[in-house]
Ligand binder design. Structure first.
Ligand code: TYC
Length: 120
């Protein structure tokens, strides 16, 4: 029984406009590269009123950090004015921001956070 030889898939060939004199056809092989999606960091901002304990609980709850990691992040924000709580796709980062702002507003604290593209 004759078996078919497996064919090797080829990258697409693109025919470019003719620039040669004569009948030559120029073909260029291009490798299609998919860029990774832009990621977004959720940045929490310092203020003078939100209790440190509240910030630590929020970071633990919404950014899946343990007590020690959440405390380190909170102290960095307190000292530097801002700090990254996590890096996510655009939609997930926007949801995290909403969750933090809702929790802060419900508790009556002015805590703010934003999302921004990584390498902003
Ligand atoms: N600076 C606040 C205080 O001294 C604590 C704080 C930390 C507030 C981080 C906001 O994102 C923040 N109570």
């Amino acid at each position: 029984m004759a078996t078919k030889k497996p064919t090797i898939p080829k990258t697409p060939l693109v025919q470019l406009p003719e620039r040669d004199e004569g009948e030559a056809v120029v073909l260029e092989r291009r490798t299609l590269k998919a860029k990774p999606p832009q990621m977004y960091q959720v940045v929490m901002l310092n203020d003078d009123y939100t209790p440190m304990e509240f910030v630590v609980v929020v970071i633990q709850e919404f950014f899946a950090k343990d007590l020690e990691a959440a405390t380190q992040i909170m102290l960095k924000i307190h000292l530097d004015g801002r700090g990254v709580c996590g890096v996510y796709s655009r939609d997930v980062a926007a949801t995290k921001v909403d969750q933090v702002l809702d929790a802060a507003a419900q508790a009556g604290h002015p805590l703010k956070c934003i999302s921004e593209p990584v390498d902003f």
